[in-house]
Design a binder for this molecule. Sequence first.
Ligand code: ADP
Ligand code: MG
Length: 585
Amino acid sequence: MKHIPILSNPYMMRLFRYLPPYKWLIIGAAVAMVVGGGASSLIALVLGKLTDMGFYDKDPSVIYWAPIALIGISILHGGSQYLSQFLLVRVSQSVLVQVRTLMFDRVLHWDNRLIQENKCARIQAKFINEASTALGGAASIMTTIIRDSLQIVCLVCVLIYHNWRLTLLTFVVAPLLAILLRWVNKRIKRLTTQTQNIFGQLIGTLQESYEGQRVVKIYDGYEYETKRFFKVNNTLKDLSLRTQRVKAAATPLTQLISMSAVSVVVVVALLQAQSGSLTMGEFTTFLSAMLLLMPPIRHLSTLNGSTAAMTAAAESIFQTIDAEPEKDPGTGELVNYRGAVRFENVSFTYPRQEKSAVENFTLDVKPGEMIAFVGSSGSGKSTLINMIPRFWAPTKGEIYFDGVPQSELTLASLRSQIALVSQEVIIFDDTIAGNIAYGCKDRVTREQIERAAEAAALTDWLATLPDGLDTQVGNAGNRLSGGQRQRISIARAFLKDSKILLLDEATSALDTESERHIQQALDSLLKGRTSFVVAHRLSTIRNADRIVVMQNGRIVEIGTHEQLMAKDGVYHNLYSLQFSSQNEG
Ligand code: ADP
Ligand code: MG
């Protein structure tokens, strides 16, 4: 009868693939809908019969059975409606849980490139808004499709049975309706996609101004933030208004078209009645069937709007699910890994960048060696560090671990050998113990956690807390100082006890006092591990086995502190610059 996008959209069809386990619930709901749909056409028949028997034949029994029949039909209709809705909501909520779980799992396994490309707020919007739009409405939409189409079929049968000539007349309007609905559908789909993006921006703006409160306050960013929020907030309103306007116009327009058909039918029917070829009962049945046709047609017409929104949401969800996860084709495991790392002609260029961040880097690192990377900001130090656990895979060249190419190892095996302490410490909403034992809670003993905390110089501080290790750190660890957070992350590394240690500006965000405190913990963490250290303060890496001086992604100097100082080159310059500025300060 009309174009139903739900059946032609591949993403929507994919949602249906989750349905088989719930087939009995769905069959139950469908049966209920069939009963409900049939019941409504009974009303037209009963009304017609009632007219003929009550008004022409003056049959007194009509007074008894008419109300009973009408109430009975309503109960049948209402009861089946309740049952079908309830069953379908159960199905759609179960599928919603599955889809969200799947999305979460996929997003968790995304690689750096995808994470960089997708703003966090946009992903949040997908979880909050789009998943429920796609599925929350699925139940009612299915109801509409099954029940209302069935009602339409039943009522049209009643019409044809009673007067096929009149019925044919009403079908003239069908193409008109189809054109109208197709237009509505297109517009709503486009508006919905726009709305989803703006919704993501709304969350993003909120998040940024909320998390950046201190910057907002100190730089008086209130007006800027308010304006920014006002803009997205109002854009969202405009889009919603436009969407609702299209939806709101669709219903009366549909009704107008259908009512024109009804008018034509009424005129023709009245002419037939005057010539005596139509009884009053027949006319009543016909007219009530036509009027009963209106609500399901209206539902189907608004359905177009909601399915357009749903298909847009489903598209967005499945794009998230389909995005290629982090590549992990390696199958090798590192067994009895000793800790050797060899870079061989490693180059790396960030996605969508022309200049390489690391160029032709070659370095052979022995087990237990401490390597320090030094160089101005942007020289490629972090990029190198991030390639070791394959957060970024080298675009050229290979990194070998005890001679095994990185690309042949599973990511899990590779990463199990590596601990990372960086400038930004991620604290999870858990206890301190839970944070230290992040990812290995079930595998470690309380004693191991305590020892790690002690090695990270946390014991004194923990003693001042009433719950000690079991203190909840709260969301994102806002209640912790920079030094405390950093020591938690060092304890994490101690507990992992891995062969390779990566320190990327681990103490750069700290004041000198905390840095000194933490440096001791870091020094003991470094012992016996192959370590790669980027440190802002050059004095902290003086005792590195080798210092690699980087410039524009290339090695310019390499050697021990003494060798490089004697060379009187880049390192010597950097060091004397820092030393003199420290003395002045
Ligand atoms: P360093 O840690 O030595 O300061 P990085 O390794 O972070 O330097 O950066 C090296 C180069 O790569 C810089 O030119 C920087 O602008 C660029 N770069 C770093 N991270 C990214 C990224 N995520 N996307 C694109 N370019 C990046
Ligand atoms: Mg860096």
